[in-house]
Design a protein around this ligand. Structure first.
Ligand code: F6P
Length: 327
């Protein structure tokens, strides 16, 4: 028979994402409701390595649902990546009497979770990253808020680009993936969007798009570049050299990771937090919680780490259709 889970640790790791706090709150409150104790592990896996923790109860997660960032702090731990670091982490788990750990983050977080599970510590992962690049889930906490933040910024840029009849080149985050860029590009009506999943030809995918837009009467242009493609500054330089216009380049950067989570992120994070604890209570360990067409599913961590997610290229066709480009 599985050992009953009486005390769990919860941590956030990797790049923060709006909605992480909502997930922490859901984990703590569900755990307390199930008669479990909860310990907040601070600064990601580093917290387990260095015994950096804070006991948590229902009150300690009050008023955090609407807050961006993570009250538990976050880090990318180099020490936890070493066998010695993981042994220290396991020793902390034993010292605190943890029966399981809930790890909230991206694929680096889940690689850490897999290693800890291999040492015999039960874990459950909750996907949270603005990149939405986790294979085992259609959706990751933080993506919707980051899209909305980028859209708000780009709408503002558009105002001034329109007034000055300029071209704007905006770099958005996403690491190696183009989810953020493509969703945002569609939502702001970008002239062109460059994503790492689709090889681009500057003449056809940027220069000609700007020319066509100009011919149809526009005097300002919006080019969205995913950071995984390369530097927006370089794209800006090429636009200047090859089209003779003087674009303004904006790198949105970490602003995309902040802000109060949207309804979608609060709702998904709360359901994922609840589901993670209920999975543990039912003895369903060493999994990552994910969404599949709106439903929550638990995938074994090892399998989850092997799964990849592809950018839906039909979305690219939609973007192009808005500029009269036929498939
Ligand atoms: O994974 C989230 C993310 O924001 C990526 O989009 C970006 O490439 C990276 O983290 C930036 O990391 P850091 O916070 O270390 O600069």
């Amino acid at each position: 028979m599985e050992k009953a889970i009486k005390r769990i640790g919860v941590l956030t790791s990797g790049g923060d994402a709006p909605g992480m706090n909502a997930a922490v709150r859901a984990v703590v409150r569900t755990a307390v409701g199930q008669g479990m104790q909860c310990v907040g592990i601070r600064r990601g896996w580093n917290g387990l390595v260095h015994s950096d923790f804070v006991p948590m109860d229902s009150n300690s997660v009050g008023h955090i649902l609407s807050r961006g960032g993570t009250i538990l702090y976050t880090a990318r731990s180099k020490e936890f990546m070493t066998p010695e670091g993981r042994e220290q982490a396991l020793a902390t788990c034993k010292l605190l009497g943890l029966d399981a750990v809930v790890a909230i983050g991206g694929d680096g977080t889940f690689r850490g979770a897999l290693e800890l599970s291999r040492l015999g510590m039960p874990v459950v992962g909750i996907p949270a990253t603005i990149d939405n690049d986790i294979g085992c889930t259609h959706y990751t906490i933080g993506f919707d808020t980051a899209c909305n933040t980028a859209i708000e910024c780009i709408d503002k840029l558009r105002d001034t680009m329109q007034s000055h009849e300029r071209c704007s080149v905006v770099e958005v985050m996403g690491r190696h993936a183009g989810f953020l860029a493509l969703y945002v590009g569609i939502a702001v009506g970008a002239t062109a969007v460059l994503v790492p999943e689709r090889e681009f030809n500057f003449e056809q995918d940027v220069a000609e798009r700007i020319r066509q837009s100009r011919l149809s009467g526009n005097t300002h242009f919006m080019i969205v570049v995913a950071e995984g493609v390369g530097s927006a500054v370089d794209i800006g330089k090429r636009i200047h050299e090859e089209l003779g216009i003087d674009p303004r380049v904006t790198v949105l950067g970490h602003i995309q990771r902040g802000g109060s989570p949207t309804a979608r992120d609060r709702e998904v994070a709360t359901r994922m937090g609840y589901t993670a604890v209920m999975a543990l209570a039912q003895g369903n360990i060493n999994t990552v919680i994910g969404t599949h067409d709106g439903h929550l599913v638990a995938t074994p961590i090892e399998e989850a780490l092997k799964q990849t997610k592809h950018l839906q290229m039909d979305r690219y066709d939609v973007l192009e259709a808005m500029h009269g480009i036929r498939k």
